[in-house]
Design a protein around this ligand. Sequence first.
Ligand code: ADP
Length: 249
Amino acid sequence: MNTALEVKDLRYRYREGKEALQGVSFSVEKGECVGLIGPNGAGKSTLLLHLNGILPDPLPRESSIFVNGVPVLPDSVHSVRRSVGLLFQNPDDQLFCPTVYEDVAFGPAQFRFPEEEVRSVALTSLATVGLEGFEDRSPHHLSRGEKQRVCLAGILACKPGILVLDEPTSELDPRGKRNLVTLLRTLPTTKIIASHDLELIVELCPRVIVLDGGMIVADGETRAILSDEALMLEHGLEKPHILRHLHPH
Ligand code: ADP
């Protein structure tokens, strides 16, 4: 079984109002790295929050999500969260412990890794994101880029098979971004990356999904889709500079 994620006819309406997802279907094979792009309000974050069962309302009858073949339902959420590591768009939504170490160790401790392993995996993950020596700092007194990296360390520490990243470079400086690209390249996990940073998407994701108005408007080869200027403009996007010489077929 090689499918990591399968989303079928996903619809979601926030209580206050409009339908944020209007029948989204796609699947992702194990090991794929898929970009998710679209204008503000397209439904990207709403979609990503569904992938590990964060949004609590029951799905409409016609909608379903499978993670490694397991349907995401209230009683499978615990195992789904082990498989899917979700980096929130806003690091402040993810950090809640008094120290960086506790934040990074929280996930593996919850998943009942043995105590020694929790410690070693937390320290290794901090080193992986370039934050050795930050263990005793308060997450609330860090820069936003450092906070974002602490969140990522906390996710890596849980060793998820599927990484879901919502705007992972929004707070990073160029060096932080370069390090993240290198790190993500070396990770063999399945990845879904939502970003407005189209150069990042071109660099990391051979496939891209374009979402607009809660619907998938394109799904395919990144370079072909991102170099289609008419399509990009129609959906509030722009052909990235690094593809300026490429013309769609
Ligand atoms: P994106 O991540 O692509 O910018 P979102 O998933 O955040 O899009 O938003 C999709 C739509 O759902 C938007 O119209 C947004 O205003 C609405 N929305 C997002 N979060 C909430 C919320 N908590 N309550 C009500 N509406 C929301």
